[in-house]
Ligand binder design. Sequence first.
Ligand SMILES: NC(=O)c1ccc[n+]([C@@H]2O[C@H](COP(=O)([O-])OP(=O)(O)OC[C@H]3O[C@@H](n4cnc5c(N)ncnc54)[C@H](O)[C@@H]3O)[C@@H](O)[C@H]2O)c1
Length: 321
Amino acid sequence: MSDKKKIIIIQPIHEAGIKLLKENSNYEYEIVEDLDNTDIKSKISKCDAISIRTANLSGELINASKNLKIISRHGVGYDNIDLKASKEKNITLAITATANAVAVAEHVLFMLLNISKRRNMYDDTVKSGNFLNRNKLPKTIELWNKNILIAGFGRIGQCLIKRCLGFEMNVFVYDPFVRKDIIESFGGKKIENLADSIKEMDAITLHVPLNDKTKNLINYNLLKTMKKNCIIINAARGGVINEVDLDRALNEDLIFGAGIDVFEKEPPDQNNPLLKNEKVFLSPHTAAFTEECMTRMGIETIQNIIDFFEKRLDNSKTIKL
Ligand SMILES: NC(=O)c1ccc[n+]([C@@H]2O[C@H](COP(=O)([O-])OP(=O)(O)OC[C@H]3O[C@@H](n4cnc5c(N)ncnc54)[C@H](O)[C@@H]3O)[C@@H](O)[C@H]2O)c1
């Protein structure tokens, strides 16, 4: 019997990650498209490691494992993994901690600029032969000197603040778990009370994990207190903003627009009202889908597995269960 460690790669990753395994004789691997694979339970029962992207790894599947030692997330969020079952089976959960931040931070600015500069409307105007309507179009908005709130000041929040300061925005940070002096050392101002401060913001961007405390963090009660020119971006997780409340607030002109990369249900239903709302700028959970970031994530996902078995996986890459 082979003493090679067996890795199941659930949902394909960048070839650069696979190359690490091709070059290492200590591992054998199998790539499965997704969890619909009919043999998935049997495959999991025999594997030593799993690499997984966004598919939901249930307690039932984790409990089917006999040798599983590590689940390596391709990404940093882990709300798709059953943490209770992982903990009970003493499984290590790793994330690609160093791969994502720049790509997501750039995506936030991409959304913020597209919405504030009314990208769709202006682009359509020229393409439809209506250039001379330029004086009749509603005006665009500058980022300069505007107040932006970063909610969640971890890897992505800390990467984003530098870029917002580059646009000379006034950056406020809401993160009860990060000290004031640390936030100030980045050039931000710490906010203690979200509801009080949110009224002053021209933009709000979310970078918190999805959990019981952050679900529906942004709801109608908060939305109705925001400035009418406020733009809100969610590239964290669906559910941190209540989608029905957001659609209502946009339709009632309570805020200017929203950039949404992540949805409560993915893919979203076609009748999800946000898909038809012209004030919403959407992307299909692709904030981290730069060529560079996908390469980094593919490599880091596999490297974390190798480092784990070689007993050199850094604690900063694992989640305490
Ligand atoms: N759209 C995408 O493709 C994409 C890519 C990467 C990450 N993400 C999401 O972005 C989130 C942030 O990623 P990260 O790498 O910066 O994570 P991180 O763990 O480094 O940072 C999260 C921060 O949120 C703070 N936080 C936790 N609970 C909070 C609360 N109730 N209120 C305010 N702050 C709170 C934590 O203190 C921490 O500083 C992830 O959880 C993930 O779900 C999305």
